[in-house]
Design a protein around this ligand. Structure first.
Ligand code: TXA
Ligand code: MG
Length: 323
């Protein structure tokens, strides 16, 4: 298990410019000291991610906000008070502490306080910010267990802290508060309804953006297996027609959906929070099962269902290699 000695070792590695993998409540992160530009560049190299795509800086608490954000609007303070630590990332205008290496040269920075005892212990002991994207190779499914990180990144990280399976299972919700009107850049682990309740106003989705948000690329979070999206009632008919074409097919759907005995189910809870928690694990299992096609049932578009639908839509989008 995780001992204080292991936390100390993690901090020592980070102070020396190392890169570690660590658990958060959403997904595992690939972390480096946000103020160490060389270490941050190593994150991009390990992930194979374009260096212009900005990273989230993780903070030990909301009190650290003014060190990283030059303007902290009242809306940011209210959201931080309501949801931090938690699966919410705020995009704000940056201070010089947020370097070009982290922000991709933009004048804003993405900030969040993660809700995981291991991440918080490391952040508090480090006393600074941790730049951390999800600990997967660029474009692939995010890891929700330490074993997933091991499978993806092997020994390219200097230390892997195992904090058990992630409880939320999809990445944080990202809200841009840098320009007056709040905008949703990525649905995620905090339901949009909750944000809107605290802000007392709707938070529109911003799709067209000059900001480079890799999670907003059409094909992202993609497993190797092909994915088709269906409403639950259509799942069996769709799976059968794909099987008639000679494909090996599985269904991502809840237990309540009855399937022919010879059609493999990748079981996903009916409630959106449960679906979010297991989504990436099931996509990985579908990959390992050697399917040609996964027929994925869409959850209702509310609460965490919005984030699950978003990730499934990106998993189902045409891949660059398809064209
Ligand atoms: O739950 C999470 O957010 C996880 C855990 C590890 O904290 N992290 C994560 O990081 O999902 P990553 O790098 O995979 O996704 C971060 C997203 C990217 O889509 C990035 O483009 C966006 O945040 N982002 C970062 N800085 C930004 C900025 N200044 N403006 C707009 N988007 C930004
Ligand atoms: Mg990611």
């Amino acid at each position: 298990m995780l001992t204080p000695e292991l936390i100390d070792r993690a901090v020592e590695i980070l102070r020396q410019g190392g890169v570690i993998a660590l658990p958060t409540e959403t997904v595992y992160g690939l972390a480096a000291n946000a103020e160490d530009e060389l270490a941050v560049r190593r994150i991009f190299a390990i992930k194979g991610r374009p260096a212009t795509h900005p990273l989230i800086v993780h903070l030990p608490d909301a009190e650290a906000l003014p060190q990283w954000a030059s303007e902290v609007p009242d809306s940011a303070l209210r959201l931080a008070a309501a949801f931090w630590p938690g699966p919410l990332t705020l995009v704000l205008r940056r201070t010089s502490r947020a370097t070009d290496a982290v922000t991709g040269g933009q004048d804003t920075v993405a900030l969040r306080v993660p809700h995981h005892p291991v991440a918080l212990a490391v952040l508090r002991a480090l006393g600074g910010g941790l730049a951390a994207p999800s600990a997967n190779r660029f474009g692939r499914v995010s890891p929700t267990t330490a074993e997933h990180v091991r499978q993806d990144l092997g020994d390219e990280v200097d230390l892997l802290l195992d904090g058990g399976p992630c409880t939320v299972g999809v990445e944080s919700t990202i809200v841009d508060l840098s320009s007056g009107e709040p905008a949703l850049l990525r649905p995620g682990g905090l339901p949009t309804e909750e944000l809107e309740r605290v802000l007392g106003r709707p938070v529109p989705v911003r799709t067209a953006s000059t900001v480079r948000v890799s999670g907003s690329l059409p094909s992202h979070y993609a497993p190797r297996v092909g994915v088709v999206l269906v409403e639950p009632a259509e799942a069996v008919a769709r799976a059968e027609s794909l099987r008639l074409q000679g494909l090996v097919v599985g269904v991502l759907g809840p237990q309540s959906l009855s399937l022919p005995r010879d059609l493999r189910r990748f079981d996903i809870p009916e409630d959106p929070a449960g679906a979010a928690r297991l989504l990436y694990l099931r996509l990985r299992e579908a990959d390992m099962a050697g399917l040609d096609m996964l027929v994925a049932c869409l959850p209702p578009a509310q609460g965490l269902g919005l984030a699950v639908r978003d990730r499934l839509a990106r998993a189902a989008a045409p891949r660059p290699s398809d064209s």
